[in-house]
Every structure is written in structure tokens, then in C-alpha cells.
Design a protein around this ligand. Sequence first.
Ligand SMILES: [Zn+2]
Length: 400
Amino acid sequence: MSAKTERLYYHDSYLLNFDAEVVDRTEFNGKPAVALTRSAFYPTSGGQPFDVGTLNAVPVLDVAVEGDVVLHVTETPIEAETVQGRVNWMRRFDHMRHHSGQHILTRAFIEVADAETIGFHLSENSVTIDLNRGDLTPAKIDAAEDLANQIVSENRPVWSWFPEPDELANLPLRKISEKVTGAVRVVDIGGFDLTACGGTHVAHTAEIGLIKVLRADKKADTTRIEFRCGDRALADYREKNNLLNDLAAQFTTGYANLPDVLGKLRDENKDLSRALKAAREQLMAYEVETLWNHAYSEGRTPTIIQQVFEDRPSNELQQLASQLTTNYRGVVVLLGLAGEKSHLVFARSEDVNLDVVPLLKQALSQLGSERGGGRPNLAQGGGVPATREQIEAVLSEIEF
Ligand SMILES: [Zn+2]
């Protein structure tokens, strides 16, 4: 691979336009890629994603680093010997704000909770740091957030430089990556946080805007903190504010009353469910009695209770059959449910000497179903479409 790329963003995060010479052409993940003498494009590294933009108006799709070389992956091959590079500012600035905000939040958690950052992730959808403690209280998290926002509002200057080895040895750095070989870049957030970092940062902390922690997920001895800075924090606030206002309007209350209103609704729902269950049980007891009376009056022995239903849960048929065969003696129950997923339940009381399983299998095979089975005193199955008339025909042919 070609010689080292001069990284313009090391010295100026705000430099977006640059000229450079092409020093190598290659492929990266099947796409054309070029290496340049110098570049303002940030390659994916240190938890921060790559910049986008253009080289000679050709879109840059990805920027990667291989050794000391920055590779620009482009939509179509770059033929020219020299290029004009343009870095997309919206994405760069968003990354600068979040990366700088991460330094501040990381230091704030050290100051407030003695919690060190062991991971950083920045993408379009989420920004997180992982802390090496699993016992952070909400109050500690709020305190770290307050401290971070104080540093933002003080508009402290941010500096980065490459110290000489003897200066570097005496700097109280928070972190120095073991992967770094050669010159180490140091970033100082206005005397608040000093660390080794190769990323892009704002020049003054007020540019970061609001730093907002969204949630803290504990995992054993670590905590993942999700946060947003600047425009992303505003967008999040707007979305949640609109959501709360909409919800409050739906329940014709103020948003502060929503926990009370929803709590009452949840309790009412529980009471209603209980009342509905009791009413259903009463109704079923009445239905069981009616089915028995109707069948018994026909005078057959054993008493055959045969009925086809529509539009009801199949487990209610099983409940009916169980209650009929428990409450009454000398009874055989043949119940069917018509519809897209037909269902048959056959049962008999303990005193009747009959195995209902073969009867059920025979009836199911007439309906075209092989799904069913059970015990000699209760069997069920179905699952295929069947009309009321089809099920009535099948039940009327059963003999024992
Ligand atoms: Zn950084």
C-alpha cells in the first residue's frame, strides 16, 4: 500500500474542502477506492463513523483506514490524477458534537460516580457509552448529566496537539490506546478532560448544545448509557413532548396526570376482566344445565348431548364438555365448532364404557383433518374449514 495519508482533520475539524493527488487506486468490499496524498475525510475508527461527501463530485460511500492510509470508497472509479474533496458538514458536525459530548460525559461520570468508560458507540440511530459500574443510581446519572451540561454552558475551548514524547510522558491522560503507534494526538476539553484521541471535535464546548441521557441499561457490572447531543437531543425532546401532549389530549388531562389516569385505567381493566370472567362462568353453568335438560328429555341411554357452535373460542367447547361429563352421569358429549378452523370435542362421563378417541378420529377424517387425539374419556381436534351443515352431518353419523 502507498504512503501515509496526511490527515487534515487532525488540525482542523472545520476544514471541509481540500485538493489532493491520487496516490493509489484499489477496491474495497468490491467498490472502487482511492488513496490520496491528504484528506479531510474521517475514516471509521475509535467508535466514530466515517464522513460522507464527494471527490470530484463523485459520492464517497465509505471511508476506511488501512495502516496509515485512508481509503475513500466511491460510487464510480476516480479517473483523474488530482481531486477536489468536499466533506458533508451536517454529518461531520453531528459527529463532532457527539464525540466531544462523549469526552465530557465520560469525564463527568468519573468525577461524579467514579465510573470509567469502557466502550463508545456512535451511529445514526444511537449513541452510547459503556461504564464499568452496575450500581449507578438515577441521582448519580442526573448529577453527571448536570456536570456535563455545565461544562457545555461554560463554552470552554477545545485543543488538540501532538506532544513530544517527554511532554506526553508527563500528561495526566485519561486514556491512551495500546493500538496507537507513533505520534499520539491529545485532546484537551478546556481543562476538564485530557485524553488521547484521533477523532473530530468542536472548537468550543457550547457548540455541542444540550447533552441528554436517554436511558441507562444495567448489565451485570456495567451500565450502558444512551445519550444525545445538540440537534439530536432537541429532536428527541420534540418527539417525546409531542407524544406526551397527544396522549394527554386523548385522555383530556395534563401530561403530568397521565401516570394517575393510566394507573386508574389499568386497575379498572383488571376489575372488568375479573367481572367478565365471573359472568362467563355463570353463563356457562347455565348453558351446561340447558344442554343437559334438553338432551335428557329425549330419553336415550346414555344421554347424548350433541351441539354445533359458531364464533366462539374452541377452549369453551372443552370447558362445556368437561363440566357436562363431571356434573352428570350416563352422558356422551359430541360438540362441534364450525368455521375456518373447525373443532370437535368428544367426551363421556366416567360411568360410560366407551373410548371416544376412535370416534373422534373417524369424524375428523370425514372432515379431512388428521390433527386430533386425547384420552378415552375426552378427545378433541380439527383445524380445517367446515360449515355448520358439514359438522352436523358428521356428528349425526356417529354410532356406538
Ligand atoms: Zn475524541
